[in-house]
Design a protein around this ligand. Structure first.
Ligand code: GDP
Length: 529
């Protein structure tokens, strides 16, 4: 009994978010380094050396140098078992980020010290707050010229709207970066960039105000630091773990991932402050992670991770209990008992088959096409169904033209599978069947992904004709005759794959006009899954 509860209690599962280039990959890599998961940093992703990356599964990512999919990595450190969820940095994949955050218990936000809060930081942060999870901030690249530290904090507070509480404070920046001052222990950790950060660095700890410190960082920086800390103690928010857990206060850390400044300190504090796997909401009530029975939900479906095998993997977050390979489970939505096929986990660079996994862990299982995002898997004796994952309303639409009509079957199969993964949503013209297909996406890059994947994975060539619609509403009335609805000229009637009727609009004002013209009509922004 105690055996599995201890395993669960030592789990920490978090997502990393950042604007592209802020240093998310580098930080992840250094964290793995501390866990001993990799011996030499630099192997997670090497954009310049074009090495294979752990998180870059798709060809398109390599071509564009962006991370489209999110991956999971597990490592052990200081008695903890840590699951890191990588998220796509590009705004067009914010829906994917949201799903990944559904599987995390907290998030780490990486900010470039010379850039501050960037466009994508804002968007991703917003997605985090929708989830209401604790957010930890790592201000990176202190080895370069950085913005004023107080200004950086002000920016986070004002632009993102979250209180900040610096856990440590940088001493200088750029060429003068000497290390960080820890406000909890009142000590300085002076770092030396050993081997360009390829090895764990040595640390020297001394008291603030000591003569020793004068000689370490110089009188000038020592004085500046003392002043800043005094100011900070008077002005900044008090550390309050409850506020952190409520997502209202973010602990802030400074460092430099590339040169390994402050990474381990960050990891140690973070592990203490963040929680073990949190209870999850199900329709039946809250499920305790320490419950003995295994339960999980699918948050991501990824096809063709392994080109040679043309496989499809469903990623699930374990919410309670212990998973053992070969155990019989119930797929709630499918209404079937089954065994999960080829359960696997990512350990640093490798995928490996798992024999057992615990609440907080993410496992990927082979999916013969039966799982959908949001599905619950649990022990057959359990009565639980986790709350689904809402889909984002698509904001861009295009008509799909298939170039080679002989390949109709592959086309339908490909586009349906990609839709099942949640990367796109597909619709049909109101009056026709699958002859006319309309695709809706949250970010336009997803159109490129669709075209690319249909070509490379299904051998189907398509042309996308952009449509002017930007707003979508599902028709809630079951008994209404959609054909008779009076709509504006910029409105189109369509159906989703489940035969639900909906309207897409070019202009937002038309939504009200249509509501005014059709008494009793009820429109909803969210689709039913
Ligand atoms: P991501 O897009 O957020 O994953 O960013 P990367 O980790 O790929 O980093 C983007 C660039 O910034 C790379 O060239 C890194 O080497 C560099 N970089 C990352 N962290 C630091 C840092 O602490 N200091 C400096 N000077 N460069 C960094």
């Amino acid at each position: 009994m105690a055996d599995y509860t201890n395993e669960i209690k030592k789990r920490r599962t978090f997502a990393i978010i950042s604007h592209p280039d802020a240093g998310k990959t580098t930080l992840t890599e250094k964290l793995l380094l501390y866990g001993g998961a990799i011996n030499l940093a630099g192997s997670v992703k090497g954009k310049k050396t074009a090495k294979h990356a752990v998180s870059d599964w798709m060809e398109i990512e390599k071509q564009r140098g962006i991370s489209v999919t999110s991956s999971v990595m597990q490592f052990n450190y200081d008695g903890y078992c840590i699951n890191i969820l990588d998220t796509p940095g590009h705004q067009d994949f914010s829906e994917d980020t949201y799903r990944t955050l559904m599987a995390a218990d907290s998030a780490v936000m990486v900010i470039d010290a010379s850039k501050g809060v960037e466009a994508q930081t804002k968007k991703l942060f917003k997605v985090c707050t929708m989830r209401g999870i604790p957010i930890f901030t790592f201000i990176n690249k202190m080895d370069r010229e950085a913005n004023d530290t107080f200004e950086l904090l002000d920016e986070i507070e004002n632009v993102l709207g979250i209180q900040t509480c610096p856990v440590n404070w940088p001493i200088g920046c750029g060429k003068n970066f000497k290390g960080v001052y820890d406000r909890n222990t009142n000590t300085i950790t002076k770092f030396t960039a050993a081997n360009n950060g390829q090895k764990a660095v040595d640390r020297v700890e001394v008291e603030l105000g000591s003569e020793e410190l004068d000689s370490l960082i110089g009188t000038e920086l020592h004085e500046k630091l003392s002043e800043e800390i005094e100011l900070l103690d008077g002005a900044s928010s008090e550390f309050d773990i409850e506020q952190v857990r409520a997502g209202k206060l973010t602990p802030v850390f400074f460092g430099s991932a590339l040169t390994n400044f402050g990474v381990e300190t960050f990891l140690q504090h973070f592990l203490e402050m963040t929680t073990s796997p949190l209870p999850r909401k199900a329709h039946e009530g809250i499920v305790d992670p320490l419950k003995e029975d295994f339960s999980a939900f699918v948050f991501k479906i990824q096809a063709n991770m392994n080109k040679a095998h043309r496989d499809r993997i469903a990623f699930m977050r374990i919410c309670s209990g212990k998973f053992e390979a070969g155990m019989e489970v119930n797929h709630v939505q499918g209404g079937k008992k089954m065994k999960l096929l080829q359960p696997q986990q990512m350990m640093a660079q490798e995928r490996k088959i798992v024999e057992e996994a615990y609440a907080g862990d993410i496992i990927g299982v082979f999916d013969p096409g039966i799982f959908s995002i949001g599905d619950t898997i649990c022990m057959p004796n359990m009565k639980v169904e986790y709350e689904g994952i809402p889909t984002f309303a698509p904001e861009h639409f295009a008509r799909v033209r298939q170039m080679d009509t002989m390949k109709r079957k592959q086309f339908i199969k490909g586009i349906s599978q990609i839709a099942q993964e949640g990367a796109i949503q597909i619709f049909q013209e109101f009056n026709t069947g699958m002859e006319e297909i309309i695709v809706g996406v949250v970010g336009v890059l997803q159109f490129d992904v669709l075209k690319f994947r249909l070509e490379s994975e299904y051998g189907v060539d398509i042309r996308l004709e952009p449509l002017p619609y930007e707003h979508i509403r599902w028709i809630e009335n079951k008994d209404i005759d959609v054909a008779k609805l009076s709509v504006t000229s910029d409105t189109k009637k369509i159906k989703d794959l489940k035969d639900n009727s909906l309207l897409i609009f070019t202009h937002s004002w038309s939504i009200n006009t249509v509501l005014d013209r059709n008494e009793g009509l009820v429109l909803s922004e969210f689709g039913r899954s």
